[in-house]
Design a protein around this ligand. Structure first.
Ligand code: 3EB
Length: 336
């Protein structure tokens, strides 16, 4: 964990204010609870609040900390904080009839800020999409509307697909679209695909006019660290083989495919195929979030996760829609 002296995260209660360990400073937080909105808190850091809580599921705050006192600010509908090596940006959009153009603009603004502040390497994004499989005012699925605007914005961030980071794209229990991203100055992200899955940025057009802009995982090589020395951020992972949903209607089988997909992704052979050394197992995962579409499926997903992950793996469960109507579960995490 030494390499992550710079950037760390933990889950804590929504009650009170975050109290990081001595010498640690809050860079940014995400509140998975009842509230909606983006602000600089009384403590000075950005906080994105997303309506994600429901009875029987988890409500919590995800706290990103660094060892250096950050500087924070706002710009348009973005809030940000940075510490000289790490940058946290969050953006939030209200409900809109059609999102594409506004999503493009706000993601472009975030990418411009990344460059302006001098943290050009984005290594993780989370995208929270209200009414994700509902239609927009033109009858297009809101997720596809979002994906198109994001894809247009990514064209302004870099050429091709090699710069697309690990990401999560997931529903919420509210409306509007919001996101957070993490970027760094000296460190170097290495993006990883999964040999069991078509790269999302190569999905065929049957899923939407533009393919999703993300990698299956990103390893962050911090400045000055050796290879194999960085955290591995695992994207939201679903029951998809190639580009197709498998085990429609069977949450147990879908959860098993998700866990197998993640195990394959983080294992030595798949990392080697991406030119990376090292290899990990499911029990090495930390800060796991499991997004479960149907409330009634929680016990099954919980049981599958309990047997797959280790005693040190903290898993938070949320009851939200996933981006294809046949996907019942999506799981993300990180290997520190
Ligand atoms: C998938 O593999 C499932 O659009 O940012 C997972 C992670 C998914 C990220 C995104 C979507 C996204 O296609 C969905």
């Amino acid at each position: 964990m030494s390499q992550r002296a710079g950037l760390q995260a933990y889950f804590t209660s929504l009650d009170g204010i975050p109290r990081p360990a001595p010498g640690r400073h809050v860079l940014g937080t995400v509140a998975f609870g009842e509230r909606t909105g983006l602000s600089l808190t009384g403590q000075g850091h950005p906080e994105l609040a997303i309506p994600m809580s429901s009875p029987g599921f988890d409500s919590f705050r995800e706290v990103w900390t660094t060892g250096t006192e950050p500087v924070s600010g706002t710009r348009g509908n973005l809030a940000f904080a940075h510490d000289g090596e790490y940058l946290f940006i969050s953006g939030a959009l209200p409900p809109l009839p059609v999102y594409r153009k506004t999503v493009r603009e706000v993601y472009e603004a975030a990418f411009a800020l990344v460059n302006e502040l001098g943290y050009p390497h984005i290594f993780r994004m989370w995208n929270f999409v209200g009414d994700i499989i509902g239609p927009n005012a033109e009858g297009m699925e809101i997720y596809q509307d979002f994906v198109a605007g994001r894809a247009e914005a990514f064209a302004s961030y870099g050429d091709g697909t090699g710069h697309m980071p690990a990401a999560t794209g997931i529903g919420t229990r509210g409306e509007g679209i919001s996101f957070t991203l993490l970027a760094c100055r000296e460190g170097r992200p290495r993006h990883v695909e999964n040999q069991r899955q078509t790269p999302a940025y190569h999905y065929p057009e049957q899923y939407g006019p533009k393919p999703p802009s993300f990698a299956r995982a990103t390893r962050l090589h911090p400045a000055g660290a050796g290879q194999g020395d960085g955290a591995l951020f695992v994207s939201g992972t679903a029951s998809i083989l190639g580009h197709e949903t498998v085990h429609r209607g069977d949450v147990a089988a879908q959860t098993d495919v998700v866990l197998e997909n993640i195990a394959e992704l983080i294992g030595g052979p798949n990392l080697a195929a991406a030119g990376l050394d090292g290899g990990h197992e499911l029990k090495d995962l930390r800060l796991v979030k499991a997004y479960v579409r149907h409330e009634a499926d929680l016990p099954v997903v919980r049981e599958r996760c309990r047997s797959a992950f280790g005693p040190d793996t903290e898993v938070m469960y949320m009851n939200v829609a996933v981006c294809r109507d046949d996907l019942l579960v999506e799981i993300e995490g990180l290997v520190p």
